[in-house]
Design a protein around this ligand. Structure first.
Ligand SMILES: [Zn+2]
Length: 291
């Protein structure tokens, strides 16, 4: 599952491939649940438009076009966005399955999973979106049209602030971990990052959100931004479930302090990391370092 850091890394790599270029034509696969906007509409709406900017909201990529319409892209579980001229496997966001190995990707020709092929008027490299499992999404928003998907997102996790978290958590009995995962509170926070941030802040994941102090909220927000930024720096691979296209797992395990380390010793105090289930998702913490 791509987390915020992989989406941000994808955004940074795609930005120079999209912004300032004029779309000549778009080729798509047949209508399917991958397309929130019918492919024929998409092809018509995008042709001739210049891309003005590429932003990220939570795990969505949002391209603004020169007529003020917008293109929303979501990678889902196995989505990959890359250039037809790709030479580095780093350009591919990999997930556990359905990924292209570097040697396959270097000579990749669009297949039945390549749902979007954007060609540009300058005749340069195309941008392709491939998704073998089609949990990804593509949507075109007409000028001025709002998006339910974007409107319900809270503050971006990369801009998390203790003040906002403190305000959102007052009178809330929900576990602090689940509050962090609420996309209406903090857009883009994933399971791994919530666990790691709570560990960094010394707060147990099951604690009622309303029982965190202002100082703890500050620590949680700072720790969350820190782990996300660290993961972005390393191409989304240091802390997340990212698996490189060549199957290697990089150095990510070295940086995880609690996530998926149940039964192993805490790096700080040696106590065994515990795993509990909160709202049907696992949570990991150190019983000695986190209160
Ligand atoms: Zn500990």
């Amino acid at each position: 599952m791509p987390e915020l850091p992989e989406v941000e890394v994808t955004r940074r790599r795609l930005e120079p491939l999209l912004v300032g270029r004029t779309i000549e034509s778009v080729r798509t696969t047949a209508p399917s649940y991958f397309f929130l906007t019918p492919p024929a509409t998409l092809r018509r709406a995008l042709a001739g438009r210049r891309v003005e900017k590429l932003e990220r909201r939570g795990k969505y990529l949002v391209a603004t076009l020169d007529d003020a319409s917008r293109l929303l892209l979501h990678l889902g579980m196995t989505g990959q966005l890359f250039s037809s001229a790709v030479t580095s496997p780093r350009l591919l966001r990999a997930s556990a399955r359905a990924i292209l190995a570097p040697e396959a990707q270097a000579r990749f020709t669009p297949d039945e999973h390549t749902h979007l092929r954007i060609a540009f008027a300058d005749g340069g490299p195309e941008v392709w979106m491939r998704d073998a499992r089609k949990f990804g999404k593509v949507q075109w928003l007409a000028p001025g049209a709002s998006s339910e998907r974007l409107d319900r997102l809270g503050e971006d996790a990369l801009a998390a602030s203790g003040a906002a978290l403190f305000a959102a958590s007052r009178q809330r009995r929900v576990a602090i971990k689940n509050l962090l995962l609420d996309q209406a509170v903090l857009a883009g926070t994933g399971n791994i990052y919530a666990d790691e941030a709570l560990c960094g802040a010394g707060v147990r994941p099951a604690r009622a959100a309303g029982r965190t102090t202002r100082a703890e909220c500050d620590r949680i927000a700072r720790a969350l931004v820190r782990v996300l930024e660290r993961s972005i720096e390393t191409g989304g691979s240091s802390i997340s479930d990212y698996v490189a296209p060549d199957g290697s797992d990089g150095a990510y395990q070295d940086e995880r302090r609690v996530y998926a380390r149940a039964g192993e010793p805490c790096h700080a105090c040696g106590a065994r990391i515990r795993r509990i289930v909160l709202g049907q998702r696992s949570a990991h913490y150190c019983p000695r370092c986190q209160a």
